[in-house]
Write a protein that binds this ligand. Sequence first.
Ligand code: ZN
Length: 210
Amino acid sequence: MVIFQKSYIKGKNMEKNREIDNREFEQTITKMLELLGEDPSREGLLKTPSRVAKALQFLTEGYHQDPKEILNQALFTSSNDEMVVVRDIEFYSMCEHHMLPIIGRAHVAYIPDGKVVGLSKIPRIVNVFARRLQIQEQMTEQIADAILNTINPQGVAVVIHARHMCMEMRGVQKINSTTVSSALRGLFKSDQRTRSEFYNIINTPAPSNF
Ligand code: ZN
């Protein structure tokens, strides 16, 4: 009973804090609209500050998620030691320099060493890191290391192809240029045949009925 009351009070306080944070957040967006030369009181913009605040909170919710906890929820003992590949995982992130979208696909592979993870957790791990302010290379490494340090596999490989709106919408305006980054750990780094097998798998076009 005491514990219940304590957590109840704690929950209420947290909610109150979040309300204050949201208000401050919305006021900041209102100020931003003014600085852009807009009139935040016009009809179309009335709800914009609260919408932007909510959208940004959703797009950065990865800060409040623990990749280890997610992987540990679905970790199973297995004698399988064949390569597991989850390819074409779509993600949406934001660059940490301009807070503009990064739109991409991730390919993730690992070779188990006594433990496998539920397949649905791999896209979730990609999202944990995508929903933060990012640079592509760092995100690629973070995904690889989260898997390496939790599943302890014989190897991990992550390849990311992405388009950066900060390049396409502004600056050099190179439309449709893709940036590729990779992080290879364990067998994927030391064994050329493992690496080629992985690249063959991710470079083979998906069957058309998929
Ligand atoms: Zn950028």
